[in-house]
Design a protein around this ligand. Structure first.
Ligand code: ADP
Ligand code: MG
Length: 209
């Protein structure tokens, strides 16, 4: 479904020397499952995710999505890929703090042109194990619960791929584990790509996935 060939990214800052963040990366992903991208800070993990998520441009190489090369993608193809195919999760929870959990999901549903009724909201919340939390405000949630609301928002578009960049970077190990458990459950039907610097976690989760 998703493959990268010779993926290269060179950043050219206004001042200073160019940075070769990725240098000819080849990868092939399965249709579903949980994949960890490990590496020390500055090794190009976020760059890799941003390129395959269509958030930034490729310097050299190719991304092949369902047999179609990104070189043949129009701007509209890229927009639709980003908007319907990929769900992004970031370290900083992408939620609206002034609204309830339910409203957060409801607004995301409306943005997708979907019905934002109670049943639809509850169905999404159930997928991230937050049944019954619709009335809570984000400041009444743990960090892990906030991150699961962010995952729920990403799930609204029913993406085939979820990409998470250090999703537990701001969490303690207990709430971080709940986030990984939710992502692991979703990886039964989706491809979940997780950037992490925590090798122990990655190994314990891929061993049981
Ligand atoms: P990681 O996520 O593994 O910590 P990044 O992908 O963020 O690594 O960064 C890889 C390298 O690219 C680093 O040397 C970083 O400084 C550099 N880099 C990242 N983004 C930019 C940018 N917008 N401009 C210039 N250099 C960048
Ligand atoms: Mg990073």
């Amino acid at each position: 479904m998703l493959e990268v060939q010779g993926l290269t990214k060179v950043y050219t800052p206004k001042k200073g020397v160019p940075v070769r963040a990725l240098d000819g990366v080849d990868l092939k992903f399965e249709e579903t499952g949980m994949v960890f991208v490990l590496g020390k800070s500055g090794s190009g993990k976020s760059t890799l995710l941003n390129l395959i998520g269509g958030l930034d441009s490729v310097t050299e190489g190719d991304i092949v999505i369902k047999g179609k090369s990104s070189a043949d993608f129009s701007q509209a193809d890229f927009d639709s890929y980003r908007n319907t195919f990929i769900g992004f999760i970031f370290q900083e929870y992408n939620i609206l703090t002034e609204f309830t959990v339910g409203k957060n999901i409801g607004l995301a549903l409306e943005l997708q042109g979907k019905k934002a009724d109670k049943a639809s909201i509850e169905e999404i919340l159930a997928q991230v194990d937050l049944t019954g939390y619709a009335q809570r405000k984000p400041n009444e949630l743990s960090g892990g619960q906030k991150q699961r609301v962010a995952i729920a928002r990403a799930l609204v578009k029913n993406p085939e791929i979820i990409m998470a960049d250090e999703p537990t970077g701001a969490l303690d190990s207990t709430t971080g584990k709940q986030v990984f458990e939710t992502l692991q459950k979703l990886s039964k039907t989706k491809l979940v790509i997780i950037v992490s610097h925590d090798r122990d976690y990655a190994e314990s989760f891929t061993a049981t996935a």
